[in-house]
Design a protein. Structure first.
Lengths: 247, 130
């Protein structure tokens, strides 16, 4: 197995000691097939046990290990070392406060996620005896790609609108709202529209498209947000041009 | 242990230099300035037209010349860039589901180009150019 020395510059921040973050350089013997997360694990195990970062599954499913790698929001378990040349710069996800080292404060995202009610709100409450809420494959395909979101927050780190206006609900939360709005078993669109069809909701988005470019699961949040804009605009026309028409 | 999260500063004026994708976005957004300027020029044309043939012809004479041609060419380049960049992202906003699949985005983009060409030809026809 080939091994080579990799140089990493990692942003460090200890809230008890540091006034502001600073870069620390590490030289790590790495195997050819390793990802950035493996290199960080090697540092923590053999060089510097004080280094802090989040990770769990190591297979791009849990969404925990998002970081800025050479300025790009990436899952560190999905970023192969062999694809980089020279020093690899690792920073915490952009647009989130740094809790410590590579660990960010995700409270804002979690709060926004809750606000859009990302769960099924049945339009009609059927008795259990009537069986499950059934769905055709075509109805599933309508929203399936949006349901692949792993809440990794890379889209928030890439979104300049979120950077400039932190009140913006952001790509993942609105995409998940849209995912449930598109679900044939759901009846909660009216409730979600109160949150997402607002200035701080979807209208803060100016379609930069960065969210879709960095999404590791090809969810296409930019597409979801534009579709929400189209649907919300149609709502407005129905409300103002067709008084009495149901949404 | 007390928490003291560090908030990194965000530049409100230079953020789009941080990544080529942001510059691409800004190049699309800045086209609105040129298209807005051309819309104002069109409004002036309509206003002069309402004042009669002589007024309109003097307006046409005022915007004829090498500098006007250069300016209008720049506006045209930005208008084309605006149209192309928006047409290319329309499949995201207007997906067309057919059964369990989606119509490939290139067909939606192609439909926009076809409509653009047809409408342009119609305008040229009614203007007496064709």
């Amino acid at each position: 197995m080939n091994e080579r020395m990799i140089h990493l510059e990692v942003l460090r921040y200890d809230p008890q000691v540091d006034g502001e973050p600073h870069f620390q350089r590490y030289e790590v013997p790495c195997k050819e097939e390793w990802v950035v997360l493996d290199a960080l694990n090697a540092i923590k195990e053999s060089i510097d046990p004080t280094l802090n970062y989040r990770w769990s599954c190591h297979m791009a499913v849990c969404g925990s290990c998002g970081m800025m790698i050479n300025g790009e929001p990436r899952l560190s378990c999905h970023a192969f070392l062999r694809d980089f040349e020279g020093v690899i710069r690792v920073e915490p996800l952009a647009n989130f406060p740094i809790e410590r080292d590579l660990v960010t404060v995700a409270d804002d995202f979690i709060d926004k996620l809750k606000r859009v009610k990302p769960y099924l709100i049945p339009g009609e409450n059927k008795p259990i005896a009537d069986g499950e809420y059934r769905q055709t494959p075509a109805q599933l395909m309508k929203y399936r790609h949006f349901s692949m979101c792993i809440n990794c927050m890379l889209c928030y780190a890439a979104c300049p609108q979120y950077a400039l206006q932190p009140l913006f609900l952001g790509p993942a939360a609105i995409t998940l709202a849209h995912r449930y709005n598109l679900d044939s078993r759901d009846g909660g669109r009216e409730e979600r529209q109160q949150v997402i069809a607002t200035n701080e909701g979807v209208w803060e988005c100016s379609f930069v498209g960065a969210c879709s470019e960095v999404c590791p699961k090809a969810v296409d949040p930019a597409g979801a947000l534009q579709q929400v804009k189209v649907a919300s605009t149609l709502d407005w026309f129905r409300e103002h041009l067709l008084p009495g028409a149901a949404k | 242990m007390s928490r003291r999260p560090f908030v990194r500063p965000v530049s409100r004026t230079h953020w789009y230099f941080k990544h080529p994708r942001y510059l691409r976005y800004m190049s699309r957004e800045v086209t609105c300035v040129f298209i807005g300027a051309f819309a104002l020029l069109l409004l002036c044309a309509v206003e002069r037209l309402s004042e009669g043939q002589a007024a309109y012809e003097s307006f046409l004479a005022a915007i004829t010349g090498p500098w006007s041609t250069l300016g209008l060419s720049v506006v045209w380049i930005f208008a084309v860039h605006n149209a192309i960049s928006w047409f290319n992202v329309t499949p995201k906003a207007l997906p067309v589901q057919i059964g369990e699949g989606f119509l490939p985005g290139r067909f939606i983009v192609a439909a926009h180009y076809a409509a653009w060409i047809l409408i342009s030809l119609a305008v040229l026809f009614f203007a007496g150019v064709l």
